[in-house]
Design a protein around this ligand. Structure first.
Ligand SMILES: Cc1cc2nc3c(=O)[nH]c(=O)nc-3n(C[C@H](O)[C@H](O)[C@H](O)COP(=O)(O)O)c2cc1C
Length: 183
């Protein structure tokens, strides 16, 4: 597994390099969305190490258990620009100076619920530090999505890493099942 700093998006003047950002005074929040658990592990570690409050971003209507159905639904939502409603939102973000925002890359961008999260919460003047997992195809346009959906926040270079893909696990299990003589 590798880790890297998010590259500065070409032409984006709204992302501050991590080493150039003044340390924010005030409480931190770790908000995350995770389907298969990779991003959840990082969120838990961050919330304990910082320490920071932890908030899981959960869609009001769960995604299908089936991976391939989820991929198709996510693709349609991305193409329509949907913002699926959340199961819950923070009553207030007033006490937080910094929001660590975690998510997996879905369809070469941030999952639709991340657009919802950024839209329904007041993040003006807050520092957003992303932490992103992906299956090996990089960050897509996720950084630009953060910048455009939280235009009044200060976006700092974050953390990203490649993490296991559900798709590969499913393929390996399918191969294994095919070799079994039992039903
Ligand atoms: C619906 C869906 C779409 C995905 N699209 C991409 C993608 O475009 N590029 C990529 O590198 N990984 C993609 N992945 C893999 C995830 O980004 C990766 O496995 C991530 O670590 C999963 O995080 P999680 O365990 O916190 O859900 C996709 C996974 C899902 C479920």
């Amino acid at each position: 597994m590798s880790s890297l700093l998010l590259p500065l998006a070409a032409g984006s003047a709204s992302v501050t390099p991590a080493d150039a950002a003044p340390r924010a005074e005030g409480k931190s929040l770790v908000a995350f969305f995770s389907r298969s658990g990779n991003t959840r592990v990082i969120a838990g570690q961050l919330s304990r190490a910082l320490p920071a409050d932890l908030f899981e971003i959960v869609p009001a209507t769960p995604y299908p258990a089936d991976y391939f159905e989820t991929v198709e639904q996510a693709r349609q939502e991305r193409d329509r620009g949907d913002r699926p409603p959340l199961k819950a939102q923070l009553p207030s973000t007033a006490s937080y100076a910094t929001v660590f925002l975690g998510f997996p890359i879905w369809g070469e961008t941030a999952p639709p619920v991340i657009r919802t999260f950024l839209t329904v919460h007041d993040l003006a003047d807050k520092t957003i530090i992303p932490f992103i997992t992906h299956g090996g195809f990089g960050l897509g346009n996720s950084e630009a999505v953060l910048a455009s959906h939280a235009p009044q926040a200060r976006l700092i270079e974050g953390f990203s890493m490649q993490a296991p893909q559900e798709r590969q696990t499913i393929e390996r299990i399918t191969q294994w099942l095919d070799t079994l003589k039992v039903k």
